[in-house]
Structure formats: structure tokens, C-alpha cells
Design a binder for this molecule. Structure first.
Ligand code: TXA
Ligand code: MG
Length: 352
């Protein structure tokens, strides 16, 4: 398949720029597009055949459900059985934006889209290109992240091209995404809203609107038989770089010393070693392929670069990557959730 690539500027959008992409979606085809979180791979969320194409293009297991993207809250009444009061409040507070909510699904939503579940994930994205694509096409767009299954999520069109060129109809290049981490997912089907995937919208932000909020205990630990994440996708090894990634946490000076020692040893053994450092620690490392992931003083910069840094290390064919850890009050949970998965849960605490 020939993948058409078009470039749009989110600040100067015209309806006619979306005619072709809209026609592709209406015909059951696939269009990748930017959102404020990561690039998405869109298809018609109400068509089984479109969902099948999405799974095939990504190489994704079909029990891993898709998120439906809407541009108008009126669609909630069509796509869900009921909208709890708390969900209305969260939609009011955070949509459009990086929040996905899980509802009981209406029968129009095929199980092909929901991975066989009776629930459906819905999000209203904020990115102007995503909104316009939904509006012009009139399609409820099912869109997982536009990466090949198991690779880091795409934050640039270049990443989508690497993974999906030749497998989908169109890619809309809208430049770099803003946030760089996938949306926060909150299950609204139980008594108390429960976070199934941490993201830019934190537990505290949700609590300020709806009171008590729980976190699925499986999201910061290695999933096991007794600890299965509620979001099916969270159980897969994800975001994995090709190199062996190890994370060190604890006192930052101890972390830096440990990484330096291991780097030296592995370089001597002829290995290619990558280091994930921060603005604050960059100058402390002397050898290895050192990349700055962002600043500890502005954790959104870490979220923004994380997936791109992991992809760069893949391109540069590292054997081993050592990373500092990034625990913090706000985005720490979301960042570490991805880093832990990328490392296959290889983390060591060096103490305070
Ligand atoms: O920011 C985002 O959410 C991006 C952009 C493109 O919107 N999309 C995204 O989709 O990250 P994806 O497919 O890569 O991740 C969706 C996650 C998976 O872990 C999936 O298991 C979970 O959402 N999910 C979807 N529907 C669900 C449901 N009904 N119940 C529980 N988890 C669900
Ligand atoms: Mg994904």
C-alpha cells in the first residue's frame, strides 16, 4: 500500500485540507494524525473492518481495546449506555484534553473496537488537527497510539513513518506533539473512579473535581497472576527499546556513580552503552552515549522527550541503556509507569 503523507500547520487549518483524510476514514481506511498526547492511528470506531485493519497495521493483539475519539460531548449519549454524573464533571473539567474515560458501551459500538469488552474508552482530544479530522469526517475515530505494537509511542510523524509506512492510507504530519505521554485513563463504570493508566491529568487533579479516586494497583508494579491491570493493554511489554534498559533509583549521587561504574565496565567489554541523564546531571557523566531526557525542575520536559530518546537509542543500536529514575509528585507516576515497562521492570534501589 502506498501511504500518502501530508503536512498541516495546526495554526492555519482549512476544512478542504481534510477532505481526502475524511473520505479515507468514511471508506473504512486508516489515517494517522497528531493529538496533544501522542500520534494516533485512526479508523472508524463503529466498523469492525476498520478495527481489524488497525490491529493488523500495528501488529497488535485484538484483545487490546481501542479508544474512540470524539469532538462533541453529544456523542457520549450515542456511544455509551449511561454517563455517570462524575463523568460529566470530569468531561466539563478536562475535555478537550488528555483524559480518557471508560463507560458501559452502547450496542452501536462493535466488540471489534472494544477488544470483546462491554465497555468503551472515549476521549475528546484537544489538538486542532485531531478535532478538525473528527468534525470534517463525522466519524467517531478509534485510535490507538500510531506505533507498531511493542515500540515506543510516536511523538513525531517521523516515528509513525518508521513503524507504519506502507501499511496505512495516510499520515498527517502536524509536527511534534505537546505532552508526549498517552492520556490518563479513568474507569467510570464502578462506584469510585479508578485510574487504569497514569498520564498528564494526575490523581490530585481528578480528585479536585470528583472527590475520591483510586489507582489500579497493578500499574506501578510488574503485572503477575494476582496483579493483572484492568486496562488490557497495560499487561503487554510496551515501549521496549531494543537494548537492555536498567533503571537506578535512590540518592542521585549514588545513582550517577553506579551508572558511571557500569558504563565504564561495559565500554571496556566492547558494549555500546547509552545513558539517560537530566539537565541537572549531564555534566557528571564522562563517557558513553549520553542523552538528556529533560530537566528535573520541569518534569513535563521529561514526559515530552522520553519516547523519542528511547527511539534514538534504537537507531544508534545500543546494547545497554542505563537510566536515572524520575519519581516526583506530579508526572512521576506517569513517567515511571512507561519507563518501568520499557525496562521490563529492571529497576534497582540504591538507597538514600
Ligand atoms: O493519548 C492517548 O490515549 C492515545 C492518543 C492517540 O489518543 N491513544 C492511546 O491508545 O494511547 P492505545 O490504544 O495505545 O492505548 C489504549 C489503552 C490500552 O491500554 C487499552 O487496553 C486501554 O486503553 N483501554 C481501551 N479500552 C478499554 C476498556 N474498555 N477498558 C479498559 N481499558 C481499555
Ligand atoms: Mg499504545
Amino acid at each position: 500500500m502506498n501511504t500518502k503523507i501530508i503536512t498541516l500547520n495546526e495554526k492555519e487549518l482549512k476544512e478542504e485540507q481534510f477532505t481526502e483524510a475524511a473520505a479515507i476514514l468514511q471508506a473504512g481506511g486508516l489515517v494517522a494524525f497528531p493529538t496533544e498526547t501522542v500520534y494516533g492511528l485512526g479508523g472508524d470506531g463503529l466498523r469492525e473492518d476498520a478495527a481489524r485493519k488497525i490491529y493488523a497495521a500495528k501488529g497488535r493483539p485484538s484483545d487490546n481495546p481501542l479508544i474512540i475519539h470524539i469532538a462533541d460531548t453529544k456523542r457520549l449519549a450515542v456511544l455509551t449506555k449511561e454517563v455517570p454524573e462524575a463523568a460529566k464533571k470530569l468531561a466539563e473539567a478536562f475535555w478537550p484534553g488528555p483524559l480518557t474515560m471508560i463507560f458501559e458501551k452502547a450496542t452501536v459500538v462493535p466488540k471489534g473496537t472494544t477488544g470483546g469488552l462491554d465497555t468503551v474508552a472515549i476521549r475528546m482530544p484537544e489538538h486542532a488537527i485531531a478535532r478538525k479530522l473528527i468534525q470534517v469526517s463525522g466519524v467517531d475515530i478509534a485510535a490507538p497510539s500510531a506505533n507498531a505494537s511493542g515500540r515506543p509511542s510516536p511523538t513525531l510523524a517521523k516515528h509513525v513513518i518508521e513503524d507504519l509506512d506502507g501499511k496505512i492510507d495516510m499520515i498527517i504530519d502536524g509536527g511534534a506533539v505537546g505532552i508526549g505521554l498517552e492520556s490518563t485513563i479513568v474507569d467510570m463504570t464502578g462506584e469510585i473512579p479508578t485510574i487504569l493508566r497514569p498520564g498528564f491529568i494526575t490523581k490530585e487533579m481528578l480528585q479536585a473535581v470528583v472527590g475520591e479516586v483510586k489507582i489500579d494497583p497493578a500499574i506501578l508494579e510488574k503485572p503477575s497472576a494476582d496483579l493483572k491491570p484492568k486496562a488490557p493493554g497495560m499487561k503487554y511489554k510496551h515501549y521496549a527499546p531494543k537494548a537492555d534498559l536498567h533503571i537506578y533509583e535512590g540518592d542521585l549521587q549514588k545513582v550517577v556513580s553506579k551508572i558511571k561504574e557500569l558504563t565504564k565496565k561495559n565500554l571496556e567489554a566492547g558494549k555500546r552503552v547509552g545513558i539517560i541523564a537530566t539537565e541537572e546531571t549531564r555534566h557528571l557523566y564522562l563517557e558513553g552515549n549520553i542523552k538528556v531526557i529533560g530537566s528535573r525542575a520541569a518534569e513535563e520536559t521529561i514526559a515530552h522527550s522520553m519516547f523519542a530518546v528511547l527511539r534514538e537509542f534504537d537507531e544508534e543500536e545500543m546494547d545497554i541503556i542505563y537510566s536515572e529514575s524520575f519519581t516526583s509528585d506530579k508526572l512521576g507516576a506517569a513517567i515511571m509507569n512507561r519507563m518501568l515497562k520499557a525496562s521490563g521492570y529492571q529497576i534497582e534501589n540504591l538507597g538514600d
